[in-house]
Design a binder for this molecule. Structure first.
Ligand SMILES: *Cc1c(COP(=O)(O)O)cnc(C)c1O
Length: 377
């Protein structure tokens, strides 16, 4: 039985050094804000080329802290893709702002044309004030930030990068986590860089944003421990998780290269069926997922069953677009509003792509899908 995440194999590889790293934290007894958190923040900033990195409790908090830094709230519209994990829009809604759902394109990311249309519609209606764009790098592929930056500048909007699935990716010769005025990532265990629990980080080149977020994540802390200048939240990364992440970072490039190799083999074998993911030029995906696009729901579900019969796990990320989810029904989303997102939810199937797949695993997965596609057509 093939594993979907590769986490058991990764633990085997790291277990000796991981035990030493964790034991050090237990001996130091500095469980919150320990030295490992500072070291990690320095390494993450250096790696991405970002001026500031601030770790926090999870990826949803990273988005929330960014939105708090801009002060978005009631009456404000934030443009969000409809095809993403719920946390993206949840962070907006929890601040009292209104997520405005936008369609995606063949790359699974926000469609700049649909975004422009949504901005002008919201301006014409006049009920909400457009304040920001929250773009997601789904499955590890950075969105089209050249066009998004252009739209944001022209419209006077801020741009937040949801890099929860794309740590390690690059596009236009730049690293993910540097595309937004603020960028947010997640260290949830199955993300490209994952810890042994929850964790997240915020990246920015802006000193004022970094200072605000530094305070916000520590209860709005001012110049001393019991001086509070603003209302903040409690969102810190545990020292234990930082120690875990430092170990995982040491093998990250090797794992990323292996995922890229696997993805290359899949695409070479499967692109003739028109089901391989579309990766824009000048892009290195973090390959948090390798997601096939089948012609329709019936074919997708049949392939999922066929794979499962052969001991191959697969996942549907995501089965429903956010504008049709009960949690966001108050926004008045209707079927047919965002046709590409809706169709995509019926077509997608993610297959294992992790760094610890053996050559026999890859061969089995490729031959199973190939035979299915030939039989089907
Ligand atoms: C995982 C994820 C988040 C949330 O991260 P958590 O650490 O689980 O809070 C946000 N956005 C996207 C696109 C994600 O995949």
């Amino acid at each position: 039985m093939i594993n979907f995440s590769g986490l058991p194999e990764q633990y085997k590889r790291l277990s000796a050094s991981m035990a030493i790293s964790i034991e050090q934290v237990l001996q130091d007894c500095c469980y919150i804000c320990g030295a490992q958190v500072d070291t990690l923040e320095e390494q993450l900033a250096a790696r991405t080329g970002s001026s500031f990195c601030l770790c926090c409790a999870n990826g949803t908090d990273a988005l929330t802290l960014a939105i708090m830094a801009w002060g978005a709230g009631h009456g404000d519209a934030v443009f969000v893709p409809a095809f993403t994990f719920a946390a993206t829009a949840e962070a907006v809604a929890l601040r009292g702002a209104t997520p405005v759902f936008v369609d995606v394109n063949e790359t699974f990311n926000i469609d700049p044309a649909s975004l422009e249309h949504a901005i002008s519609t919201i301006r014409q209606e006049g009920w909400l004030r457009p304040v920001g764009i929250l773009a997601v790098n789904l499955f590890g592929v950075p969105a089209d930030y050249r066009r998004l930056n252009h739209i944001a500048a022209r419209e006077g909007l801020w741009l937040l990068e949801d890099a929860a699935q794309s740590f390690g990716a690059s596009r236009f010769g730049r690293a993910s986590c540097t595309f937004g005025e603020i960028s947010a990532t997640s260290f949830f265990p199955v993300k490209p860089l994952g810890c042994y629990g929850d964790g997240g980080a915020i990246f920015t080149d802006s000193r004022p944003h970094a200072e605000t977020i530094h305070s916000l994540r520590l209860h709005g802390k001012g110049s001393s421990k019991y001086d509070h200048r603003i209302i903040g939240i409690n969102s810190r990364l545990d020292t234990l998780q930082a120690a875990v992440l430092l170990q995982k970072l040491s093998i990250f490039d090797d794992e990323l290269a292996a995922r890229n190799e696997n993805a290359k083999k899949y695409t070479a074998a499967l692109s003739r069926f028109g089901i391989a993911p579309v990766i824009p030029a000048d892009t290195v995906s973090a390959w948090s997922q390798y997601t096939l696009r089948l012609p329709d729901r019936v074919t997708r579900d049949r392939l999922k069953l066929e794979l499962s019969t052969c001991g191959i796990p697969s996942m549907v990320y995501y089965p429903a677009p956010l504008h049709l989810q009960a949690a966001f029904a108050y926004l008045g989303g209707r079927k047919g509003m965002l046709p590409v997102s809706e169709a995509t939810c019926e077509q997608v199937l993610s297959i294992p792509v992790h760094a610890y797949l053996g050559q026999e695993d890859l061969a089995l997965i490729i031959s199973t899908i190939t035979e299915f596609m030939i039989k089907k057509t």
